[in-house]
Design a protein around this ligand. Structure first.
Ligand code: ADP
Ligand code: MG
Length: 315
């Protein structure tokens, strides 16, 4: 069994489409996923949990903006840190309760995590990750001119600010995460892909960027020597020809098959693409198995009954 597992939970574990995203709603959604993670721990896994933060950071940005006549602005790295704290608190409380209900004596601890990126990453020349609220064209172009934002029209719903999405290079707090794991804690780390920082004058400095949470989770999984990397999202399985009448669920694919399907265009950027690429990288860097599924199917996926597995090669 791959005892040490990194489990990356997607946006749907915290907020659901159609909900307002109130804090009680987020706690209720978190409870469902936490029960599944607690079951996994009850089966003997050691777990490091990572999570997305898109809607939460969007709300923090909107709040800061609506308060801009009375309060100073918040840089994106600070928004990311705030969201790691808020989401980490929620997971600590809710997962902690689920563990106690199973008579498991483990502390759940959030590590505010900084992730170093390369200032020469080509992503800095091509901001691509939409963040925050939607704006009218007039509004967004004023902000572009006054605040230097990069902006993009988002699928007919309006205009948004876009920021660079560089690849993660180094996880600053990985030693602390290892130490907490050795002490028997369930650790929550690299929330929202981590707080993006660059090395500067012998120290670190936050940058206006967003690191993909699947790629950051992958790096963490390899750096702590996890055997299993679980990506929990809102589909039970990865599919070929997704969303068409030729859609076919994938039970298992080797790294080579996954690379071929990716080249053939089955996994779009911004959704399934980074998950499959992160899965490939995990195995190429010494990891064991990858499972992509949804929270409701995770138990059965660990038993090999559903989900999509990425494996090194077939026996
Ligand atoms: P998360 O918040 O978990 O990161 P994303 O929305 O980024 O979730 O990615 C998951 C989504 O990817 C699924 O809801 C599905 O709509 C989409 N998707 C795109 N291509 C595929 C595919 N080939 N197989 C399964 N899902 C796919
Ligand atoms: Mg995503």
């Amino acid at each position: 069994m791959d005892k040490l597992a990194v489990v990356a939970i997607g946006g749907n574990s915290l907020t659901r489409p159609g909900q307002r995203g109130t804090i009680p709603e987020q706690f209720e959604n978190t409870r469902a996923t936490s029960a599944v993670i607690a079951d996994m721990i009850a089966r003997g896994h050691e777990v490091v949990l990572t999570h997305g933060n898109g809607p939460q950071v969007g709300n923090i940005l909107l709040r800061a903006e609506m308060a801009s006549s009375v309060l100073p602005p918040l840089p994106l790295d600070t928004c990311g840190a705030d969201s790691q704290g808020g989401i980490g608190y929620m997971l600590q409380q809710v997962l902690g309760t689920e563990l106690r209900r199973r008579a498991i004596e483990k502390d759940v601890v959030t590590v505010l995590t900084q992730v170093v990126v390369d200032p020469n990453d080509p992503a800095f020349d091509e901001p691509s990750k939409p963040i925050g609220p939607f704006y009218s064209e007039e509004d967004v172009k004023r902000r572009r001119d006054e605040q230097g934002w990069a902006v993009m029209e988002d699928a007919s719903r309006g205009w948004r600010r876009v920021v660079p999405s560089p690849m993660p290079v180094r996880i600053v707090e990985v030693g602390a995460i290892r130490a907490l794991l050795s002490a028997g804690c369930v650790v929550i780390g690299v929330g929202g892909g981590g707080i993006p920082v660059v090395e500067s004058d012998g120290g670190l400095r936050g940058v206006e960027a967003v690191i993909d949470k699947d790629h950051a989770s992958r790096l963490l999984a390899n750096q702590i020597g996890a055997g299993l990397f679980v990506i929990s999202t809102d589909v039970p399985q990865v599919a070929l020809h997704y969303g068409t009448d030729r859609e076919t669920a994938i039970d298992e694919m080797t790294v080579e098959e996954a690379e071929r399907y990716h080249r053939e265009g089955h996994f779009p950027p911004g959704s399934m693409g980074p998950k499959v690429l992160a899965g490939i990288d995990f195995i190429r860097n010494g990891g064991g198995t990858v499972i992509i599924t949804n929270p409701g199917s995770l138990g059965r996926a660990l038993d090999g009954e559903t989900g999509t597995r990425i494996i090194r090669e077939r026996e």
